[in-house]
Design a protein around this ligand. Structure first.
Ligand code: ZN
Length: 351
C-alpha cells in the first residue's frame, strides 16, 4: 500500500503494494516499451475471488471472471508453480511465456472459491497467508474500514485520539453506496467525495501503525460509527482448519508475515518476530517443504527485511513491483508481480 496515487499519473496504489500500476496501465506501458517484443514471464497477483460492494484497491475478482481469466491464461501462457518458475529462472530455462499465480492475505474465499476453480483447471497457485489473522473471526481491518466508511448510510463526524494518533474524518448521509464509490479504484481515480477522502486518509494513517495501535484505532472507529453488518465466512480470514486443508497438488502455501504491517517500519526484533514467527506458524500447519515463498506485506521491503527473510529459511520472495520478471537480471528475494483485477476484457493485453 502506499504512496498515494496522484504522484504518478499512470501508476496507482494497490492495497498490498508500494507503488503499483494497475495491471492494464502497467502492461500498456510495458508493451509500449517493448515495441512488439514479447513481454516476458509474469507472476500474477490475486487477493480475492469474490463479489464485493466497494473495492477501492481492486482486489476482488468475481468467480465467473476468474474462470474467464484462467481460460485465457491456460490458452496463451505456460503456467508454472512458483517453485518451478524460480527454479527455471535460476537455471536460465524459463520460457518467455511463463506465468505463475499467487494470492495474498489468506481470505477464506481462497480456499472456498479459488481453490476448487484452480483445481478444476489443473492450474497451480501459491497462497500467501497472514498467519496472525488465521482463525480469527473478524474481517481484515481494511475491509471493515471500507464497509464502515463507504457502505453505511449514516453521517459521521470523528475527532478522537486512539492508538497514539489523532483520527479525524467527516461525511454525510447516503442512502446506499453511490455508483462512484462502488467504481472507485485508488490506483486510477481521485477520491470521489468526502467518504472516499475519509477512507483513504484513515487507511493511510492506520496501515503504518503497529498491530496493537491499529487495533486500538479500529476499536475507536467502531465505537463512533454505526456497526458494520456481520461479514459472511468467505469474507473473513481463513480458519485454522481451512488453512490446514489448503495445500494440494495445485495449491502451495507461502508466508505473508503475521500482522500485515509494512515490515520496514518495524524494529529488527519486530521484523524477525513477524517473518520468523510466520514461518513457524506455517510449519505447524503445513509440510516444511511446501512453504518456500514469502510475500512482503504491502510490497514493502528493504535490505534488512530481505536478509531476515533469507535467514528465516524462505527460498524466494515476491514484491508488488508491477513488472514482468526479467530473466537476465532478477533478485530471487524481490521478484516483481502484476496485480489482476476484475478486467472486463479477454486479457488480450497480457499476451
Ligand atoms: Zn497483503
Amino acid at each position: 500500500m502506499r504512496r498515494p496515487p496522484r504522484s504518478e499519473p499512470l501508476s496507482g496504489t494497490c492495497m498490498h503494494s508500494g507503488i503499483v500500476a494497475s495491471a492494464r496501465s502497467c502492461l500498456r506501458r510495458v508493451v509500449r516499451r517493448a515495441r512488439g517484443r514479447s513481454m516476458g514471464p509474469v507472476i500474477f497477483m490475486y487477493h480475492r475471488i469474490a463479489e464485493t460492494i466497494c473495492d477501492p484497491w481492486g482486489i476482488s475478482v468475481p468467480p465467473a471472471r476468474f474462470r474467464e481469466q484462467l481460460e485465457h491464461l491456460r490458452a496463451h501462457w505456460t503456467i508454472l508453480a512458483m517453485d518451478e518458475l524460480v527454479s527455471a529462472l535460476e537455471s536460465q530455462s524459463l520460457p518467455n511465456d511463463a506465468a505463475a499465480l499467487t494470492f495474498d492475505d489468506g481470505y477464506a474465499d481462497n480456499v472456498l472459491v479459488a481453490k476448487p476453480i484452480l483445481e478444476d483447471y489443473g492450474i497451480p497457485a501459491t497462497m500467501f497467508l497472514t498467519t496472525g489473522s488465521l482463525g480469527i473471526p473478524s474481517p481484515y481491518w481494511w475491509d471493515e474500514l471500507a464497509t464502515l466508511v463507504l457502505e453505511r448510510p449514516e453521517p459521521a463526524r470523528i475527532d478522537c485520539e486512539a492508538g497514539g494518533i489523532r483520527l479525524t474524518a467527516q461525511w454525510e448521509f447516503q442512502k446506499s453506496p453511490l455508483p462512484e464509490l462502488r467504481a472507485w479504484r485508488v490506483s486510477r481515480m481521485p477520491p470521489p467525495g468526502r467518504r472516499a477522502q475519509a477512507y483513504l486518509s484513515l487507511w493511510t494513517t492506520l496501515h503504518r501503525l503497529q498491530a496493537a495501535q491499529r487495533d486500538e484505532a479500529m476499536i475507536a472507529l467502531r465505537e463512533r460509527l454505526s456497526p458494520a453488518p456481520a461479514f459472511s465466512p468467505e469474507n473473513l480470514p481463513m480458519s485454522l482448519a481451512q488453512a490446514r486443508a489448503l495445500t494440494s497438488a495445485e495449491i502451495a502455501v507461502g508466508g505473508h508475515a503475521r500482522s500485515h504491517v509494512p515490515l520496514p517500519v518495524l524494529s529488527e526484533s519486530q521484523r524477525r518476530a513477524e517473518i520468523e514467527g510466520c514461518r513457524a506458524d506455517l510449519l505447524c500447519l503445513c509440510d516444511a517443504n511446501k512453504v518456500p515463498g514469502f510475500a512482503y506485506p504491502h510490497g514493502e521491503w528493504d535490505a534488512a527485511t530481505r536478509a531476515i527473510v533469507i535467514d528465516a529459511g524462505f527460498a524466494w520472495a515476491v514484491t508488488t513491483s508491477a513488472a514482468p520478471v526479467n530473466p537476465q537480471s532478477f533478485d530471487r528475494f524481490a521478484l516483481p508481480r502484476i496485480q489482476v483485477e476484475d478486467f472486463a476484457t479477454d486479457l488480450s493485453a497480457f499476451r
